[in-house]
Design a protein around this ligand. Structure first.
Ligand SMILES: O=C(O)C1=C[C@@H](OP(=O)(O)O)[C@@H](O)[C@H](O)C1
Ligand SMILES: C=C(OP(=O)(O)O)C(=O)O
Length: 452
């Protein structure tokens, strides 16, 4: 689990080290890994998963599913899950520790809401500050009783206890925020609920839950109306069949070496086996619109998801206005996009990013403060950042020896690690341990690219 105490912090310096080259792979997709463990735990029989992300967030999901009765083992690179069947979850003996992981917490809150068990969730200092009302509202409509800790500023937060109900009431729910976690929480609750549970999604978000639920044999229909609103209808009391799942590389993790290679002069790298699902690949599109030289090779399908090898060459980037509608397709990639924008020629303006304020940290504020420390001209709006790029000139860290705070946020840590490669004199991060939540081996990966 991610620790909160300063004693366990590991500071780390990142400095320019010449062109990046080589072929790499990145760890498995975090969203797909969570869902692979959860759905396999509900199937009757034995599922096999390869390529699973072994980051702390996903390991927290595995531990939670074990605590509720699933048998999960790892042999060599293969994870084996013996599921308990839909509706078969057992009452956990103790509170479930979710560490830093919003996805684990919100998806599992949905899962237990339609079981006749009582489950307490807790987490680290970052997770316990994040809003859970967005999941509590629909799950309460389904009949679950949820007692959460009120935060000082009106949010419902962890620790919280979900007293589930069986049978739960099927609902039709229009998402008030574009959130794949909320959508998935309702669908997972709907799995053990009689009748049809519907989620209306005005702005499309990542669709891994829909794809994987179908893959496991659930009856699920998706309709898109003329306004672009997607309605997902899931028939409850579903019987899930065990699967063999291959998890593709995470585009959100690939984002770091991709941006690093674009920014460091002379770089030429290939990131292999990266998921390029359209609901996830917004960053690559935005970077190409900024002038990035990205080539998608060997396009293929892995585990029902589109995948490619991405060839990246150093490129002179130009600032752009990022359309707010693309935000859900690259929601976790904005921190590293802000680093790319800092070296682009001209102004990059982003809007519609209020959600970034309720991630592992307030990502707009953390990025604005850190980039300012490196001499970047940044304006922080309520819903985005406007960044004046240097036109390829290195950022300025050296003389004032900046130390950037990573604030228990893996994306902040890895984004500034990339910034360090293009900062004169380099920079230090106060704590690199958050990278373990989604990208074990991140530091070694970057080092390997500079040595290749
Ligand atoms: O469903 C998922 O796997 C995720 C959804 C997104 O969160 P929101 O649903 O809060 O946008 C994303 O930020 C998170 O990293 C993973
Ligand atoms: C927001 C993220 O994850 P989570 O919500 O699962 O903590 C992320 O990985 O950037």
């Amino acid at each position: 689990m991610t620790q909160n105490s300063s004693a366990s912090k590991t500071s780390k310096r990142f400095s320019p080290a010449g062109p990046l080259s080589g072929k790499i792979t990145v760890p498995g997709d975090k969203s797909i890994s969570h869902r692979a463990l959860i759905l396999s735990s509900l199937a009757i029989g034995k599922s096999r998963i390869t390529g699973l992300l072994e980051g702390e967030d996903v390991l927290a999901t595995a531990e939670a599913m074990r605590a509720m009765g699933a048998k999960i083992e790892k042999n060599d690179d293969v994870w084996t899950v013996h599921g308990v069947g839909t509706g078969g979850l057992m009452q956990p003996e103790a509170a479930i520790e979710m560490g830093n992981s919003g996805t684990s917490t919100r998806l599992l809150m949905g899962l237990v809401a339609s079981h006749d068990i009582s489950t307490t969730f807790t987490g680290d200092a970052s997770l316990t500050a994040r809003p859970m009302g967005r999941v509590i509202d629909p799950l309460s409509e389904m009949g679950a009783n949820i007692q959460a800790r009120p935060s000082g500023d009106g949010k419902s937060c962890l620790p919280l206890t979900v007293r589930g109900i069986c049978p739960a009431v099927p609902i039709a729910y229009r998402l008030p925020v574009a959130s794949a976690q909320v959508k998935s929480a309702i669908l997972l609750a709907g799995l053990n609920t009689p009748g049809i549970t519907r989620v209306m999604e005005p702005i499309p978000t990542r669709d891994h839950s829909e794809t994987m639920l179908r893959g496991f044999g659930a009856e699920l229909a998706v309709e898109t109306n003329t306004d672009g609103v997607r309605t997902i209808s899931l028939t409850g009391e579903a019987e899930l069949n065990p699967q063999n799942i291959k998890v593709p590389g995470d585009p959100s993790s690939a984002a770091f070496p991709v941006v690093a290679a674009l920014l460091v002069p002379g770089s030429d790298i290939v990131v292999q086996n990266v998921g390029i699902n359209a609901t996830r690949a917004g960053l690559f599109q935005v970077l190409q619109n900024m002038g990035a030289d990205l080539t998608f090779k060997r396009k293929r399908t892995v585990g029902g998801e589109p995948v490619a090898d991405i060839h990246v060459r150093h490129s002179a980037l130009t600032g752009i206005e990022v359309p707010s509608g693309i935000a859900p397709c690259m929601i976790d990639e904005f921190p590293v996009l802000f680093v790319a924008a800092s070296l682009a020629d001209g102004v990059t303006r982003t809007t519609g990013l209020q959600e970034l304020r309720v991630k592992e940290s307030d990502r707009l504020s953390q990025m604005a403060r850190g980039l300012e420390t490196l001499g970047v001209e940044v304006t922080e709006q309520a819903d985005g950042l406007t960044i004046q790029g240097t036109g390829g000139k290195p950022l300025t860290g050296g003389r004032n020896k900046p130390v950037i705070e990573t604030a228990l946020d893996h994306r902040i840590a890895m984004s500034f690690a990339v910034a360090g490669l293009v900062t004169k004199g380099g920079l230090a991060l106060d704590d690199m341990t958050p990278a373990q939540t989604s990208f074990p081996g991140f530091v070694e990966m970057l080092k390997g690219l500079s040595k290749a």
